[in-house]
Design a protein around this ligand. Structure first.
Ligand code: DQA
Length: 147
């Protein structure tokens, strides 16, 4: 059976492509989904299923994470976006998962504003990746597959 990955994207990532293109690039979230799927198809011999979810609403992200408890997903790749810096609710939800959590950020937040330096959600992440641009999701998934 194909391994299943959940990818969760937080607020404002629905506007990738037009949102600060100098920071996040010109591709939309749909473009990045397609890029990730194509690359996985080329790189991997095994088939994987990837479900993508995006919300601007903290509670919806919490609920999506709760649905992963004891579920069929082998791993979660999450870009909590601005909630990374503030959300105890998302941190608490992530703490209930017993699958690897890969937190990704498209930009290298260490090169950015002071208020982006604190990452609450990363306290429950297994792996953190930053600065990979559109490749963040691909590398996040591959981190769980390559031996
Ligand atoms: C981000 C970085 C966050 O600081 C920011 O609020 C985002 C995107 C990234 O992918 O680089 O929305 O998570």
């Amino acid at each position: 059976m194909a391994k299943k990955f959940m990818v969760i994207n937080g607020p404002n990532l629905n506007l990738l492509g037009t949102r600060e293109p100098d920071v996040y690039g010109k591709e939309t979230l749909k473009d990045i989904e397609e890029y990730t799927r194509d690359q996985l198809g080329t790189i991997l011999e095994e088939e994987v299923e990837v479900e993508w979810f995006q919300s601007n609403i903290e509670g919806e992200i919490v609920e999506k994470i709760q649905q992963l408890i004891n579920g069929e997903f082998c791993s979660l790749v999450i870009n909590p976006a601005a909630y990374s810096h503030t959300s105890v609710a998302i941190l608490d939800a992530l703490k209930m998962l017993n699958i690897p959590i890969v937190e990704v950020h498209m930009s290298n937040t260490h090169l950015r504003e002071e208020y982006r330096q604190q990452k609450l959600t990363a306290k429950s992440s297994t792996i953190i990746m930053e600065g990979l641009g559109k490749r963040a999701y691909l590398f996040g998934i591959l981190s769980q597959l390559l031996k």
